[in-house]
Design a protein around this ligand. Structure first.
Ligand SMILES: NC(=O)c1ccc[n+]([C@@H]2O[C@H](COP(=O)([O-])OP(=O)(O)OC[C@H]3O[C@@H](n4cnc5c(N)ncnc54)[C@H](OP(=O)(O)O)[C@@H]3O)[C@@H](O)[C@H]2O)c1
Length: 244
């Protein structure tokens, strides 16, 4: 199968391209660094030529109020080009629970991206993942100072990037789901607890202060971003991954 991975040079994309090619497929990574800009559409027809499946792993440069325009424009460039190229399956990687968190602009943007895909002309699959293990240090950095990291007690169920890439590969080589598949890590933590585990593993002596108003995860209600019944649960545990 010929598979175009747009955003194929990023965290998930590099892993995904490797898995697909090792499985005998012909996967190619595309991004601005290879000459494809999904925001302007430059390089799209060339990237999608004779392609069976496309996977879109791009994300907006910021997570703020500018993000909906990015996802709207990129999907409105992508889908007509995919249709014109005869692509038979379009896959996107979204986020578990986003429809339950309208107060977060980036999550509203992802719902918009999903809606454009569902209404579009190409048979589709949506994979929704929980937060990547590799993203946790970034989350901690948002509300950190020299001595403390302030984090809310929001429940979170992180997943390893390797497991995400495998789940996306499984979907990409199958028939279009015309539906959403949730994937999540095996353990639920509260974010403040996850922060304490992470700092301890890094030998970082800063203190985690529980603060239910701190950072982007503060407005998330209840268990909104935890996997629901029917989700695929990935094997890698956060503590084991940290210890590697
Ligand atoms: N972080 C999480 O915990 C999490 C959880 C669930 C889902 N997700 C979603 O999963 C997806 C993959 O995440 P990731 O961590 O692999 O992202 P990443 O490492 O930031 O990679 C993003 C990729 O998109 C490319 N890109 C960005 N803007 C582009 C544009 N205008 N045109 C073409 N390519 C563009 C980047 O390459 P260039 O810069 O060279 O263009 C890069 O290859 C994202 O949509 C993300 O939001 C993330």
């Amino acid at each position: 199968m010929k598979i175009a991975v747009i955003g194929g040079t990023g965290l998930i994309g590099t892993r995904l391209v490797k898995i697909l090619n090792a499985g005998g497929h012909e996967a190619a990574a595309h991004s601005r660094s290879t000459g494809l800009d999904l925001l302007s559409g430059k390089g799209l027809p060339e990237a999608l030529k004779e392609t069976d499946v496309l996977v879109n792993l791009t994300r907006s440069p910021t997570l703020d109020e500018a993000s909906p325009a990015f996802f709207e424009q990129t999907m409105n460039n992508l889908l007509p080009a995919a249709r014109a190229a005869g692509v038979g399956h379009a896959v996107i990687l979204s986020i578990v629970g986003i429809d339950l968190v309208p107060d977060v602009a980036f999550y509203r943007a992802r719902v918009l991206q999903e809606d454009i895909l569902k209404a579009g002309p190409v048979p589709y699959s949506i994979v929704r993942a929980t937060q990547f293990f590799e993203f946790i240090d970034t989350v901690l950095s948002w509300t950190a100072d020299e001595d403390t990291v302030r984090l809310p007690a929001t429940p979170i169920q992180p997943i390893a990037a390797d497991d995400v890439a495998q789940a996306v590969a499984d979907v990409a080589v199958g028939a279009p789901l015309r539906a959403t598949r949730d994937i999540a890590g095996p353990d639920v933590f509260t974010l403040d607890e996850l922060g304490r585990i992470t700092l301890a593993a890094h030998g970082d002596r800063r203190t985690v202060v529980t603060d239910d108003s701190a950072g982007m995860f503060a407005p998330i209600p209840g268990e909104a971003i935890i996997a629901k019944d029917g989700a695929v649960i990935a094997p890698t545990r956060y503590r084991d991954w940290l210890a590697r």
